[in-house]
Design a protein around this ligand. Structure first.
Ligand code: ATP
Ligand code: CA
Ligand code: CA
Length: 434
């Protein structure tokens, strides 16, 4: 991981797409938020709302810079989900508003998905495949129920599911979700852990070039690391992880991972340029074409921001969709220190979960933890696998682990890394004695 990415401004290749995504979100979210709250119905899970944007606009849709079509899926369900995750509706819109709207990560994974950060780094927009989109709609009710019953779930928090289509362009599906990592803290090391060793190695030689790359299972093991949580925290963490994985197993999901971001309190925020610049995480690592100076932004005065925030709130209240041009291109100070994750177990220590020694004294790291990439249905993997097998002619080369086994292996690995050396040895001895 590197601190810099690409700011999406007018000169960026994906400017129009990003702009339309945000315009669509803003209009549809403020439309739903403007209505009086009500309980969900079954129909809400199936619902979709289509809007057509153009330069002229009409009584339902404000005029936009570009022509495009936008679809909002299950708007009421996501409104309720945002409330469950305790997002303030006005803050949500604020974050997804502005001129230098987003920064793009490009396509860090193998999947071809694009990642964008909201300018305050609270939210991530991830483009997803049509299959993932259909799958999320299918499991939405189960997901909603799970989140309701497990407010401290470690699973990705989905705040919106949308589709944008430009004239002659293809349909782009995307989700809005939580950025697991805090805007105000340097993350010194990141691991993406699946509990597998095959292909789970980031080339250590490349770390010189890219010291913040996302490391994998083998890198973790090589470092002899463990998640130090102490007894109480460990129990909380593993119990929640178990519950979350049970759901993923039941829904036939696999290929997810535990994302672990580590903030080293000794090192602090030495490299955090946050007040002057917009930071971008680059999990994929190759940042060579990006220029750090392109993300410099002016920090606005507190007064300016307070005024903008007030205006926005008023617009939201008065049921008027927030027009694009009127909103500030800058970070609203008023919201910067707004702790949106207060009250959640795994965000209790400065937005994360403080490392803790066996004797329950605090250690010098803060962990930021979550289960990500959890929209891959076993069926999709199987299809891909068959496709590759067909191409390579090698029937045995790739073998996807079924969801149940995937989950068990995942849990085993993660429980394993929460053990101290002494504990691991004790367990081994007990096993041998049996
Ligand atoms: P693949 O399917 O090849 O694994 P993908 O395109 O589905 O890739 P993800 O696995 O979802 O991508 O994410 C890729 C990387 O992006 C992660 O390893 C992590 O570094 C970063 N990332 C993803 N989601 C988040 C999040 N919610 N918060 C912070 N970082 C994230
Ligand atoms: Ca992944
Ligand atoms: Ca994926």
């Amino acid at each position: 991981r590197v601190l810099v990415g690409t700011k999406v401004d007018e000169t960026h290749a994906n400017w129009v797409t990003a702009y339309n995504m945000l315009t669509g979100i803003r209009v549809s979210v403020s439309r739903t938020n403007a209505k009086i709250d009500r309980p969900l119905t079954d129909a809400d899970f199936e619902a979709k709302q289509k809007s057509t944007f153009d330069i002229a606009g009409n009584e339902l849709v404000p005029s936009a810079k570009y022509d495009f079509k936008f679809k909002d899926y299950a708007p009421w369900v996501f409104r309720h989900l945002r409330a469950r995750f305790r997002l303030d509706p006005a803050d949500y819109l604020m974050s997804l508003t502005g001129k230098y709207i987003l920064s793009e990560l490009g396509s860090p994974g193998k999947s071809g998905s694009f990642f964008y950060f909201s300018r305050d780094y609270k939210y991530i927009i991830k483009t997803i495949h049509h299959a993932e989109h259909k799958f999320l709609r299918k499991i939405l009710k189960d997901y909603f129920k799970h989140v309701t019953e497990n407010p401290n779930t470690l699973l990705s928090q989905f705040y919106g599911l949308h589709r944008v289509k430009m004239p002659y362009g293809k349909k782009i599906h995307f989700v809005v979700m939580n950025n697991l990592f805090p805007p105000h803290r340097d993350i010194h090391q990141t691991f993406d852990l699946k509990g597998s060793t095959i292909g789970r190695d980031y080339k250590e030689d490349d770390l010189d070039k890219n010291p913040r790359a996302t490391l994998k299972d083998l890198n973790w093991l090589r470092r002899n690391r463990h998640l130090e949580l102490g007894l109480q925290k460990k129990k909380l963490f593993l119990e929640q992880l178990q519950k979350d994985v049970r759901l993923l197993q039941r829904l036939q999901i696999m290929d997810y991972s535990l994302l672990v971001g580590i903030h080293d309190l000794q090192r602090g925020n030495e490299e955090n340029l946050r007040d002057k610049t917009l930071r971008v995480f680059n999990p994929g690592g190759d940042n060579s074409r990006e220029d750090p100076s392109s993300v410099l932004m002016r920090t606005p005065s507190k007064l300016e921001n307070a005024r903008k925030a007030r205006e926005l709130r008023q617009m939201v209240k008065s049921e008027r969709p927030v027009p694009m041009g009127e909103t500030s291109s800058r970070m609203p100070d008023e919201l910067e220190h707004n702790q949106s994750r207060v009250g959640f177990v795994f965000n209790q220590d400065d937005g994360g979960f403080r490392a803790t020694h066996e004797d329950n004294t605090p250690a010098d790291e803060i962990y930021y933890l979550g289960v990500i990439d959890c929209l891959t249905h076993y069926g999709i993997i199987k299809k891909l696998e068959n496709f590759w097998k067909g191409l390579s002619g090698d029937r045995d080369q790739i073998s996807a682990l079924p969801p149940h086994e995937y989950g068990e292996r995942f849990i085993n690995f993660i429980s394993g890394i929460t053990m101290s050396c002494e504990e691991a040895i004790r367990q081994c001895q007990e096993r041998d004695a049996q």
